[in-house]
Design a protein around this ligand. Structure first.
Ligand SMILES: [Zn+2]
Length: 120
């Protein structure tokens, strides 16, 4: 993945974005908005819509989790993932949703089976 700088009209500043890897045989294909990941959504961005990808900040955070880029400030919990069939890290992407770091599944936080530590 390549990191680029793009101007975000919602934040009124430059932000870091990631463009997806482009397969060699498809080098001429234009990058679509659906593949761009903003790395700074949720950190200082408070907009209702991310102008970088024309999706909600929550959807952008899900994309970021799926892209494999870890956000420093993004809270992570341990939970049982039904798709992975084991305990994985879930990134909290909004008040209502969390996304599996391993498989990208997004579930309601109320549906998560959290795995607590010994003190939990
Ligand atoms: Zn999973």
């Amino acid at each position: 993945m390549e990191t680029h700088i793009a101007y975000c009209s919602a934040c009124d500043r430059d932000v870091r974005i990631v463009l997806p890897d482009t397969p060699m045989h498809d080098a001429q294909a234009p990058v679509t908005d659906g593949e761009i990941v903003c790395l700074e959504v949720g950190e200082r961005c408070t907009g209702a819509l991310c102008p970088i990808g024309a999706v909600s900040p929550t959807a952008m955070k899900v994309r970021r989790v799926r892209s494999g880029v870890r956000a420093v400030l993004q809270p992570v919990v341990k939970a049982e993932c039904e798709r992975c069939g084991r305990v994985t890290d879930y990134c909290i992407v909004s008040a209502e949703y969390a996304t599996c770091v391993d498989c990208g599944t997004t579930v309601g936080r109320g549906d998560l089976t959290l795995v607590l530590g010994r003190d939990g």
